[in-house]
Design a protein around this ligand. Structure first.
Ligand code: PMP
Length: 357
């Protein structure tokens, strides 16, 4: 008889709840549950994607040279140290596959992004959770959790779902204090929302043990195309390219991402709009009695008295077609994560929370 078992811990992972794109009985759903850009992608990216449809029978570029060069030109990086994947999810997966296995430990923070733990378990490694202080990354606690088996330390900055972030000096202290066999992975999925923040690129330049990940799913508005990238020292890139499938990114996705990254005016426009409506949303919620932490990203973490109140508010919002994210899975059951939508969505949310309260 066959005895087929997955890696330890896999069956404890909860299946992803997508936050349905429709709600029964409600025609106009406003989706604010996945931190998507309400303005969508740059027109140039849409046009490039359309052009890609003429060559669907061809395999895509396997070395992704044009995309890597476009990214490197815009962010002033070395194209030889860029790797692209099907979303930054895939870069996280590559890192775990290549660097962590049975007996190894992978550190993630208490309210950190769920994929770190999932990818660690899938690689057979042991995820280690480190507590945050007041929902802010605690570098000393991370360093204290390191052992001679720590292989990867994942940290999103700004963090999801808290929206909090720590400064460059703290990131440097973390990179400097890690044991020699450990890699620090700075996840910059929301980095472009912070004006002037290089997402840790300068740390990658100066350290042998730091990797940065980025995505086209958030400010670039290309979540459906699944394009993410990593920036790392050359020896790390050389390892990651060995576990990367040669055709992991469709040509249309590469072409759209090239156009998107070059459209820097549109990026600035999206960042400015997000900052404006994020402030408006946070203030509006505070005025109706729902505080939130200062967010550096494109969402706010709205805080309720307890889990029951957060649940009830979520149901109230859903009944009106307003989809937000419950964060019980991140052990924040008294909070709802609300993506900063466009003006109309922000106004609808504040109005609905007011009527709930
Ligand atoms: N990191 C963080 C912190 C995220 O919030 C997300 C998406 N929710 C990702 C990585 C993955 O994004 P993608 O795979 O779409 O690039």
């Amino acid at each position: 008889m066959a005895v087929i078992t997955p890696q330890p811990g896999i069956m404890d992972i909860k299946l992803y709840e997508s936050g349905a794109a429709h709600v029964a009985g409600v025609s106009n759903v406003v989706k604010l549950s996945s931190n998507e850009n309400p303005l969508g992608p740059s027109e140039a990216a849409i046009e490039a994607f359309r052009r890609g449809s003429f060559t669907l029978h061809r395999y895509p570029s396997s070395d992704q040279a044009e995309l890597r060069t476009a990214i490197a030109d815009v962010w002033e990086l070395d194209a030889e140290r860029v790797i692209c994947g099907a979303g930054s999810d895939e870069i996280i997966t590559f890192l775990c596959q290549a660097f962590a296995g049975p007996g190894d430990e992978v550190i993630h923070t208490e309210h950190g992004f769920a994929m770190y733990k999932i990818s660690a378990l899938a690689a057979g490694a042991t995820p280690v959770e480190v507590k945050e202080t007041e929902r802010v990354t605690d570098v000393s606690a991370i360093l204290a959790a390191c052992t001679d088996r720590t292989k990867l330390v994942f940290l999103a900055n700004p963090n999801n779902p808290t929206g909090t972030m720590i400064g460059l000096a703290e990131l440097e202290r973390l990179a400097d204090g890690l044991p020699p066999q450990a890699l620090l992975v700075l996840d910059g999925a929301y980095a472009e929302y912070v004006e002037g923040y290089d997402a840790g690129a300068s740390l990658v330049e100066g350290c042998e043990n730091v990797v940065m990940t980025r995505t086209f799913s958030k400010i670039y508005g290309l979540g459906s195309l699944r394009v993410g990238w990593g920036y790392a020292p050359k020896p790390i890139i050389d390892v990651l390219n060995r576990v990367r499938g040669p055709f992991n990114l469709s040509q249309a996705a590469q072409d759209a991402a090239i156009a998107a990254v070059r459209d820097t005016d549109y990026l600035t426009h999206c960042r400015t709009e997000n900052a404006k409506w994020r402030t408006w949303l946070a203030n509006g919620l505070a005025e109706v009695g729902v505080p939130s932490d200062t967010s550096n990203a494109n969402f706010v973490l709205a805080r309720f008295a307890d889990a029951a109140e957060a649940e009830a508010c979520d149901a109230h919002l859903q009944a009106q077609g307003l989809l937000v994210r419950k964060v019980a899975g991140y052990k924040l059951p008294a909070a709802l994560r609300i993506t900063v939508g466009d003006e109309s969505a922000c106004r609808q949310i504040v109005h609905a929370v007011k009527t709930f309260k």
